[in-house]
Write a protein that binds this ligand. Structure first.
Ligand SMILES: Cc1cc2nc3c(=O)[nH]c(=O)nc-3n(C[C@H](O)[C@H](O)[C@H](O)COP(=O)(O)OP(=O)(O)OC[C@H]3O[C@@H](n4cnc5c(N)ncnc54)[C@H](O)[C@@H]3O)c2cc1C
Length: 550
């Protein structure tokens, strides 16, 4: 019974499994691949099932022509990329459909204070890569990338293809879990909508935000919905030689991101208020392109005015594309641009967007929620463990502005696979609390740290208060000069120590910066005091970042 054979979910009856993973999204499939690649799990002949309501056979056959792209794209950090290689899935990725990120330019929509992350930051001056004599960027193969963009469906397909080689993993596509109930010794019994029953020694919830496994385990979450949606889609660009920079401008209505896919394409990730998101989706491709270009280039007041007009759409006033384009042209003319408006070099601006492919423009509501526990607790009526554990979005969802959600989920999968392996090697019950406790503790702390930071930065950058803007801009300009610190920040992007659960030597400095800014926002001190406070906090953060591991 191989991985591919059950992707239609046609089987009936009841079967016992060592592990049942509900959710064949990227995180659930990565966990299954990690199990499949583990000698201890193979040696113990563990039976593992992956269930998903979606048609996994369809995803397995997914393909698009070279210049078309799916609208869900994620930046995968180096740590996670290495992990995907180690478990054998990356070899099924067509690398021509992926793109490296060498540089990130992030700037404040109000003050224009800018921070640049470069993959070559911190390389020794003698390094050939940092030679100033070099013409243009070095060949891609010689550059240490910051991350790599890949379509989520592409990743899912590669993970499924790799599972075809592993008979221990049973895939059930088109299989929706209808109910879960405790059986003898608390082994969860799942009943699917097509009448099948599966019993699990360990039940993994990789089943996303509305996780049925989380509900069954009575795990509560803490969080809230942002009053924001993220608009995504594929953009056609003016051709560029090396489209390896990710761009993000923090507008007060939310961050506007342009993520490089190829020398002619980028992916849009624009978090904004729901009515503006609805208005943007109602534009034609040329007008959306012009609006994106304008929102990267025009002063804050013009951006506010334009988005106000576009957001009025959902209040019943249809957007006239020609009017919007005219308005943009007028506001971009040298006569109208305020003389104080900062002139920026071309290198500091993203390539011009020629057209948005409206057929794949979509939006997602944004929220932050963190499960209060990752392991189910034993019911008071039973001394048996509940045998459930959460990974990925089932455990945590966060704002996408830092591109961390999937990366945290991949780090969960890595840690859980290692935890189960160690439990097997120690002769422990893989569904028991003793075996799983370390996973829950490590990943909760690591994820919480990233989530809290992203939430604070989200709030900080939505503010227009002059003192706050100055405080955050001073901090960002200082930060931009500190190549070593930026390197640490980039190293941390994998989600906190990855699979081993070890903490990065950088320590939690990013939250310290966010804390400093948040304090500045609450304070009514004079701007100079705020700047000095931000600088002190930054110094403190640097000190903590460079401190050796305890
Ligand atoms: C706009 C946007 C941009 C993002 N960009 C990035 C980025 O650049 N980098 C990054 O790291 N993250 C990013 N993220 C976050 C990332 O997309 C998610 O964290 C990630 O996809 C979650 O994967 P998952 O496998 O945990 O959950 P999901 O992808 O939600 O998968 C859950 C699976 O469970 C299945 N399921 C649910 N209920 C049942 C049931 N009852 N029975 C059977 N199956 C069920 C579903 O069919 C689904 O396949 C972004 C998110 C958004 C919204």
């Amino acid at each position: 019974m191989g991985g591919a054979t059950e992707m239609g979910g046609e089987q009936h009856g009841r079967e016992d499994y060592d592990v049942v993973i509900v959710g064949g999204g990227v995180v659930g499939l990565t966990l299954a691949n990690a199990f499949a690649s583990c000698p201890a799990i193979r040696h113990a002949a563990c039976r593992i099932a992956v269930l998903d309501a979606a048609d996994l056979a369809h995803i397995s056959a997914w393909s698009l022509p070279p210049h078309q792209w799916s609208n869900r794209v994620s930046s995968i950090t180096n740590d996670n990329l290495l992990f995907l290689k180690q478990i054998g899935a990356w070899k099924y990725i067509d690398e021509r459909r992926t793109n490296p990120v060498e540089r990130m330019q992030v700037w404040d929509g109000l003050s224009d204070a800018r921070i640049v992350f470069d993959s070559m930051d911190g390389l020794p001056p003698s390094s050939s890569l940092s030679s100033s004599a070099q013409e243009g960027p070095p060949p891609e193969s010689t550059v240490p990338h910051m991350a790599r963009f890949v379509e989520n469906l592409h990743l899912q397909k590669a993970l499924l293809q790799n599972l075809h080689n592993h008979p221990l993993i049973h895939l059930f596509g088109n299989t929706k879990v209808a109910s879960i109930a405790p059986g003898a010794a608390n082994w969860p019994i799942l009943t699917t909508e097509n009448g099948q029953q599966l019993k699990a020694r360990l039940l993994v919830g990789a089943d996303g935000f509305n996780s049925p496994v989380k509900r069954y385990s009575q795990i509560t979450s803490t969080g809230w919905n942002y009053d924001a949606h993220c608009v995504v889609g594929t953009l056609e660009l003016e051709p560029t030689m090396y489209n390896w920079t990710a761009w993000q401008r923090f507008l007060t209505s939310g961050p506007l991101g342009l993520l490089p896919l190829s020398d002619r394409h980028a992916s849009l990730a624009w978090s904004t208020r729901p009515e503006i998101a609805a208005g943007l989706k109602a534009l034609d491709g040329a007008t959306l392109a012009a609006t994106i270009n304008a929102c990267f280039r025009l002063p804050h007041e013009s951006v506010g005015y334009l988005l106000g007009r576009i957001g009025g759409h959902s209040a019943g006033r249809p957007v006239d594309g020609a009017e919007i384009r005219e308005e943009i042209a007028w506001r971009s003319s040298p006569d109208v641009l305020p003389s104080s408006s900062r002139r920026v070099a071309d290198a500091e601006l993203p390539p011009m967007v020629l057209r948005a492919r409206m057929e794949n423009v979509a939006s997602f509501p944004l929220r932050i929620f963190h499960a209060d526990h990752y392991l189910g607790s034993p019911p008071s009526t039973s001394s048996q463990p509940p045998r459930t554990v959460l990974v990925g979005d089932a455990a945590h969802v966060l704002h996408p502005m830092a591109g961390q959600g999937l990366n945290l989920g991949l780090a969960d999968a890595r840690d859980l696979a290692l935890t189960v392996r160690q439990a097997l090697e120690n002769g422990q019950d893989i569904g028991g609390l003793t075996a799983l406790m370390g996973y829950g503790r490590r990943r909760y702390v690591a994820n919480h740290m990233v989530m809290a930071t992203v939430d604070k930065l989200q709030k900080l950058y939505s503010m227009e208060n002059g003192a706050v803007v100055w405080g955050r801009s001073v901090g960002v300009e200082v930060l931009n000069e500190l190549a070593g610190l930026k390197r640490l920040m980039m190293g941390r992007a994998g989600g906190g120590g990855g699979g081993t659960g070890q903490h990065s030597s950088s320590g939690p400095w990013w939250p310290a910066l966010a804390d400093a800014y948040q304090a500045a926002q609450k304070s009514s001190l004079l701007a100079s005091a705020i700047a000095s406070f931000a600088a002190n906090s930054l110094r403190h953060a640097i000190h903590r970042a460079s401190a050796p591991n305890p």
